[in-house]
Design a binder for this molecule. Sequence first.
Ligand SMILES: Cc1ncc(COP(=O)(O)O)c(C=O)c1O
Length: 365
Amino acid sequence: MKIPYVNIANQNNKISKQLTSIFKNILDTGEYVGGKEIQKFERNIAKYCNSKYAVALNSGTDALTFALSVCGVRRGDEVITTPNSFIASTAVIVHLGAKPVFVDVLSNQNIDTAKIEKAITKKTKCIMPVHLTGRMSEMDKIMKIARKYNLKVIEDAAQAIGSKYKNKYSGTFGDIGCFSAHPLKNLNAIGDSGYLVTNNKKYYNKIKDLSNHGMTNRDRVKSFGYVSRMDNLHAAILNFKLKNLNNVISKRRSNFAFYKKNLSKKVYFPTESKHEFNTYHTFVIQVENRDELKKYLLKNKIMTSIHYPVPIHLQPASKRLGYKKGDFPITEYQSKKILTLPIHQDLKRNDILRVCKIINKFVGK
Ligand SMILES: Cc1ncc(COP(=O)(O)O)c(C=O)c1O
């Protein structure tokens, strides 16, 4: 039997009755763009994250763009972030005319906070940590540096809804926290969607307007904006799925614990420190002969993935940024060792045991 890396269709098929009813309700209201479900989702997600405000948007990418923009990131500014993220984290900085200044990562794939101060220049406007895999960056240290140098902090929490650091939710440490509700995420829509949270009313109002043509109301446009609203249908689906998010997280956490128990000690993966509450958007191991192991698993009908095989500074698109091979040795090292194993909420114990058995055999117990 095949073990898929993830099975989104199966996830949604299990709730197809409820989803169909949501679809019919929205169809009947005629409220497709804008609507009550959006307002409800914004209230729900702000409450879930323990934040004052939330804005529902069409993607995590736009959430990051608006966040940087309202925090004043402009042409010529610098934004500190990591080179081992999904490409969107860097793309949003470039699109605003600013320069991504990369800082290498720790063995757990998150930003190495000890290297941040060295990367700060007169042009630095903002630090943008990425909470990769659903594990939060060391936010207390990042906030301390940001306060010392008067920098804004935007959390790329696209992969980390519900994650906590020192018992505080992802997205609520910095000025704005940005999330994706892409179908692969733990809280997922049936298409592109995203959202952000903030405690700053000014940012909230600005982003609400910006995402809706810059209109403060139907007849007043304060500044030229964009069309980046979450659809009412997606909001309704997310309102429904949000009720089950903690359950999804707890299943993924328990899958991690089971992997931890059964994987050979020869396989490295970062565990959870006492400050962390990880939500396992992905589960990434680091192994020698990664490509051979990936093939071996595939031969045994086990699907895996790699997040991400090419560091952002080595992507063709980054050529003009002036980075070169060797600039971020940990990221580059990890890009050759990392392998993402299935950890989704529908995985069975036997599936995990089978994955572990194959991997343990490969690494020699
Ligand atoms: C770390 C990270 N940042 C940003 C994004 C962008 O989110 P979206 O796909 O919703 O635009 C993603 C989504 O995959 C991501 O994983």
